[in-house]
Design a protein around this ligand. Structure first.
Ligand SMILES: Nc1ncnc2c1ncn2[C@@H]1O[C@H](COP(=O)(O)OP(=O)(O)O)[C@@H](O)[C@H]1O
Ligand SMILES: C=C(OP(=O)(O)O)C(=O)O
Ligand SMILES: [Ca+2]
Ligand SMILES: [Mn+2]
Length: 669
C-alpha cells in the first residue's frame, strides 16, 4: 500500500497527479512538495537532507550501538593483549575471563579471542599486537588463530547467526526459531559420566540404580581438551554468562561455551538472564559448560562406550558435552550440579513444576518426563513459578531456571493456550515439522521425533511470577502417567505414602514411536529424577519429609495416564478432568471430601471431585474386565515391590520410625 500511493490529509491513499502523467506511481513524502522536474523522476527522496554518501554509510546508520552484546569495534574488534586506550575495560575483562575458560590445560597458550562476529571483523589480522613471549615449544598453529567470541548475543542476533550458518534453522509462521538437534533428539543418560575423586567417591551415590557412571579425572581432561580444541578450531564460539536460581542468596553463575547459535538461544531462554549491569560485573563463573555438540568423543578413550559423552566434574566445576546436540543435556546437566550444590546448603532440589494461587498457596508437581509437570503447572488461573526445576529452602521455593521447556507433540491452542501463545519470536522450537511455504507448524507430525520441544523465557507465560519465588508449598502433587490404567486418577497420601511414592518415582509410558512396543513399560526413577540426582535418594527424601512435616503440606498422587484399561484397551484420562482434579486440590475442597481406601496400594480415593465423572475415580469401576484389572494391579504391585528392594536397607532421615512407616506404605499383597 504505502509503496504505491501517498496519504491524503483525510487519511486515504491516492496517486499524485505526477503518477498519472509519468505513468509511474510517485510517493510524495512531504506536504507541499515541489512538482517533479526531469531530475526528480528517478529520485523520489524529496524529504530532509540525507546524512550518508554511500550505501555502506546508509547501512551503518541502521544499527545503533548497544553495549554489551554488539561488537565493540566495527571491522575490528578487541584482540587479547591489545589494551589500547579505545578498548572498553568491561569487554577486555570478559575476553580475559573467556580466554581463561577456553585455555588448554596442557599447553600454556590459550586461544586468541576477538569479540564479535567474524564477518564484521575481517581486518582483525591487521590490529597491532603486543608480542607475546611464549616458550617456543608451546606454540602451535591452534594458538596462532583467532576465535571470535559471540558473548551473550540477543535473540535477534542469534536468529541471524542460526539462519545464516546452521542448516535446518527457519523462522516459523509465529516467529519462533525452528531448529534441528541432529541425530540425538533426546538425552543420552547412558553416556553420562561423573568424575569420581576423593571427595565425590564418598559423597555421591554410586553403584546399582545410580545414574552416576564413574570416570577418572584424567579421562575428563582428555575429553575436556578435545572439546576445547574443537571449539577453539572454530571461527567463532557462543558464550552465555547467566544465572541459575531465583533465590538471590543461592544464585549460581554459569557460563555456557557452545558451537551453535541454537544452543546459545536455548540457554538464553532457559537460564536466568542477567541485566546489562549484572553482566558487566559478572566476574568468574561458578560453573562452565563446554558444549562441542556434534564433535564426537574418541571411542577408544577409557570409560567411553559410544561417540557421545556428557561429563560432569564437580571438583573442577565443569561439564563437557561431546557427540550430541540435544540442548536438553545442558539444562539437565546443570540441574544435576544443583542437586549436588544445594543439599550442601540444606536446600532441597526438586524435579518438579511449581505454581501459586492468588492467595499464595504453592503447589509442587513432581513427575518423570511426559507426566504433566509443564502442562499442569502452566495454569491460566495461577501464577507460574516454574515448570521443571526448583529449590525448597528455609524461606520457601525458588525456580532454578528462567524458562520453560514444553513438549509440543499434539499441542493445541484449545487445550494449552498459554504454551501455544508462548511459541513466538525468541522461542526455540526443536525438531518440529512445518509447511515449507507458510511455515505453519504441524504439531501432530512425529517425522523427526516424538520429543518435539519449545524452549521459551518464563515471562512468555502471561501469569508467570517474576521473580520466580514463592512461600512454602501447601500441596505436593506426585504425577504418574500409568499406562497400566490401575492407579486412581487422584488419591490422597499420608506422609509415609508420599515418601514411598517419591522414592519409587513410578511412571509407565508407551513408547509410541517404537515398533512393536504394545505393553506399557514401567519406569522407576528415584525422587522422580534419578537421572539427575547426585546423592543417595534417601537424602532428598529425608529433606522432603522434614519440610512437608514442618509446613503441614499434603501429598497427592495423580495418575495422568490410562483409565478403564491398560494402554490399548483403555484411554488416557482427559486433560480437562485432570485439570479439574488439580483445581480441587488447590482450592482445598478435596481435603473435605469423603474417602475410601483401595486394596493393595492402600490409597485414599475421594468419592467425588467437581467436574469429574465419579465412575472413573475408582479405577476398577472403569474396567469392564474386573479380573484383568486385578491381574494388572497385582503385576504393578509386584514391580513396585521389586523396585523398592534396593531401599529397604536404608534409613530415611534420623527417624527409624519414619523408615518403618515408609516401608509399610508400599503395596500389601
Ligand atoms: N490427563 C493429562 N494430564 C497431563 N498431561 C496430559 C494428559 N493427557 C495428555 N497429556 C499430555 O501429556 C504431555 C505431558 O507432558 P509435559 O507436561 O511436558 O510433561 P513433563 O513436563 O512432566 O515432562 C503433554 O503433551 C500433555 O498434553
Ligand atoms: C528436558 C527434560 O525434561 P522433562 O521431560 O521433564 O520436561 C528431560 O527430561 O530431558
Ligand atoms: Ca524430566
Ligand atoms: Mn517439562
Amino acid at each position: 500500500m504505502a509503496g504505491n500511493g501517498n496519504e491524503n490529509t483525510d487519511g486515504e491513499f491516492s496517486f499524485s497527479a505526477a503518477a498519472a502523467r509519468d505513468a509511474l506511481p510517485r510517493i510524495t513524502t512531504e506536504k507541499g512538495a515541489k512538482s517533479p522536474t526531469s531530475a526528480d523522476v528517478c529520485h523520489d527522496d524529496t524529504a530532509s537532507r540525507v546524512n550518508f554518501q554511500t550505501i555502506d554509510e546508509l547501512h551503518s546508520l541502521q544499527k545503533k550501538r548497544s553495549a554489551p552484546t554488539t561488537p565493540l569495534k566495527e571491522g575490528g574488534g578487541v584482540v587479547m593483549g591489545t589494551s589500547g586506550p579505545t578498548t572498553p575495560v568491561s569487554g577486555e575483562t570478559m575476553l580475559q575471563s573467556v580466554s581463561a575458560s577456553l585455555a588448554s590445560l596442557t599447553r600454556e597458550t590459550g586461544p586468541k579471542l576477538i569479540r564479535g562476529d567474524p564477518t564484521s571483523a575481517a581486518k582483525v589480522a591487521h590490529v597491532p599486537q603486543t608480542p607475546t613471549s611464549l616458550p617456543a615449544a608451546d606454540v602451535s598453529d591452534s594458538a596462532l588463530k583467532f576465535t571470535h567470541v559471540l558473548h551473550n548475543l540477543s535473540p535477534a542476533e542469534l536468529y541471524e547467526q542460526a539462519i545464516k550458518y546452521e542448516k535446518g534453522s527457519f523462522v516459523t509462521s509465529t516467529g519462533a526459531l525452528a531448529t534441528l538437534s541432529g541425530a540425538k533428539t533426546g538425552r543420552s543418560p547412558k553416556d553420562k559420566r561423573v568424575v569420581k575423586d576423593e571427595t565425590t567417591e564418598s559423597e555421591l551415590w554410586w553403584g546399582k540404580g545410580s545414574p552416576n557412571i564413574e570416570m577418572d579425572e584424567q579421562t575428563f581432561l582428555v575429553n575436556r581438551e578435545r572439546a576445547v580444541d574443537y571449539l577453539n578450531s572454530l571461527d567463532k564460539v557462543f558464550v552465555n554468562d547467566q544465572y541459575l536460581n531465583w533465590d538471590p542468596e543461592n544464585r549460581i553463575k554459569v557460563r555456557i561455551v557452545s558451537a551453535r547459535a541454537y544452543h546459545s538461544l536455548f540457554m538464553h531462554n532457559m537460564c536466568i538472564r542477567p541485566t546489562p549491569e549484572e553482566l558487566e560485573n559478572f566476574g568468574t563463573p561458578d560453573f562452565t559448560i563446554f558444549n562441542a555438540g556434534k564433535f564426537p568423543c574418541n571411542r577408544y578413550t577409557h570409560y567411553m562406550t559410544s561417540s557421545t559423552s556428557v561429563d560432569i566434574n564437580l571438583g573442577r566445576r565443569e561439564m563437557v558435552i561431546l557427540g550430541t546436540q540435544y540442548a536438553g543435556e545442558m539444562k539437565k546437566g546443570l540441574f544435576g550440579v544443583m542437586h549436588y550444590l544445594m543439599p550442601k546448603r540444606k536446600i532441597l532440589s526438586l524435579h518438579s513444576g511449581c505454581n501459586m494461587g492468588k492467595d499464595g498457596d504453592v503447589a509442587l508437581f513432581f513427575g518423570l518426563s511426559g507426566t504433566g509437570k509443564t502442562t499442569l503447572s502452566t495454569d491460566h488461573n495461577r501464577y507460574l513459578i516454574g515448570d521443571d526445576e526448583h529449590c525448597w529452602s528455609e524461606t520457601g521455593v525458588s525456580n532454578i531456571e528462567g524458562g520453560c521447556y514444553a513438549k509440543c507433540i499434539d499441542l493445541s491452542r484449545e487445550k494449552e493456550p498459554d504454551i501455544w501463545n508462548a511459541i513466538k519470536f525468541g522461542t526455540v522450537l526443536e525438531n518440529v515439522v512445518f509447511d515449507e511455504h507458510t511455515r505453519e507448524v504441524d504439531y501432530t507430525d512425529k517425522s523427526v521425533t516424538e520429543n518435539t520441544r519449545a524452549a521459551y523465557p518464563i515471562e512468555y507465560i502471561p501469569n508467570s511470577k517474576i521473580p520466580c519465588v514463592g512461600p512454602h508449598p501447601k500441596n505436593v502433587i506426585l504425577l504418574a502417567c500409568d499406562a497400566f490404567g490401575v492407579l486412581p486418577p487422584i488419591s490422597k497420601l499420608n506422609l509415609a505414602q508420599t515418601m514411598y511414592h517419591f522414592i519409587s518415582g513410578y511412571t509407565a509410558l508407551v513408547a509410541g514411536t517404537e515398533e512393536g512396543v504394545k505393553e506399557p513399560r514401567a519406569t522407576f526413577s528415584a525422587c522422580f529424577g534419578a537421572a539427575f540426582i547426585m546423592l543417595h535418594p534417601t537424602k532428598y527424601a529425608a529433606m522432603l519429609a522434614e519440610k512437608m512435616q514442618a509446613q503441614g503440606a499434603t501429598g497427592w498422587l495423580v495418575n495422568t495416564g490410562w483409565s478403564g484399561g491398560s494402554y490399548g484397551s483403555g484411554s488416557r484420562i482427559k486433560l480437562a478432568y485432570t485439570r479439574k482434579i488439580i483445581d480441587a486440590i488447590h482450592s482445598g475442597s478435596l481435603l473435605n471430601a469423603t474417602y475410601q481406601k483401595t486394596e493393595i496400594f492402600g490409597l485414599e480415593i475421594p468419592n467425588e471431585v467437581e467436574g469429574v465423572p465419579s465412575e472413573i475415580l475408582e479405577p476398577m469401576n472403569a474396567w469392564e474386565d474386573k479380573e484383568a484389572y486385578t491381574d494388572t494391579l497385582l503385576k504393578l504391585a509386584g514391580l513396585f515391590r521389586n523396585n523398592f528392594e534396593t531401599f529397604t536397607s536404608h534409613t530415611i532421615g534420623d527417624d527409624g520410625k519414619l523408615t518403618e512407616e515408609i516401608l509399610a506404605a508400599g503395596p500389601n499383597f
